[in-house]
Structure formats: structure tokens, C-alpha cells
Design a protein around this ligand. Sequence first.
Ligand SMILES: [Zn+2]
Length: 131
Amino acid sequence: MSLMNKIMADVTVQNSKIEGKGVFAGRNFRKGETVMKWDTSIVFIKRDALKVLLNKRKYLVVSNGMYLLAQYPEKYLNHSCMPNTLEKNHYDIALRNIRKGEELTTDYSLDAPPHIKMKCACKNSNCKRII
Ligand SMILES: [Zn+2]
């Protein structure tokens, strides 16, 4: 199996109950396992990141001090204030055991550019409301 096929088997993109499309586990993951590796092919310095087209800005993330334009499939990763993955060094790591078919989520407040704010409606008891 090629690497690309393996990556695509690990996660799928489907309609989400949170918002629009989401990324879903294509198999079971154990806590601490790598769920996705981020595509870091489109990197900006901060000044250029601020010029990114408005309709693409929601895909901007800051990771390790780098401004990235999130690519498929990670650009569809939805936010939750009680996420099941955490981005570390451009990898999404499972924060707990995740079952095949569960939607994958991350906490945008950890890696969203400081000038981008959005409302959250995840309904978790610890919801930050504005992220
Ligand atoms: Zn929330």
C-alpha cells in the first residue's frame, strides 16, 4: 500500500454535525498515536499571511511559529473546546482512544492566528465561546 493510500485510509472527509465538512477517523486510534501529518508545503511569514484572501483565511494556522495554509484533509478539521486531537510539530496526536467513525477535532485557540476570532457552539461544559 502506498503512503498516500495509507494516509487516506486513516482519515476520511465527510459532512460534519459541527460545521460543514469534517475529518473522521478511518480506523481506531490509541491515545498518543499520530492521526494525521500536516502538509507544510504552503508556508508564509506573518506579513504575507495577513494578505491571504479573506475566504481562505479560515484555513490559516500557526504551528511552531510558522503560518501555514491548511491543506486537504486537515483543513476540514473542526474545532472543539474538548478536542480529541492535539497538533504537535505538524502532527495531530490522539488525546484519547478514538473509535473508527468519530469526528476528529482540535482546539483552534492553540494554533489559530491571533487576528482571527470565531464563535464556538460546541456545547461542551468548558466551551470558550470565542476562540
Ligand atoms: Zn466550544
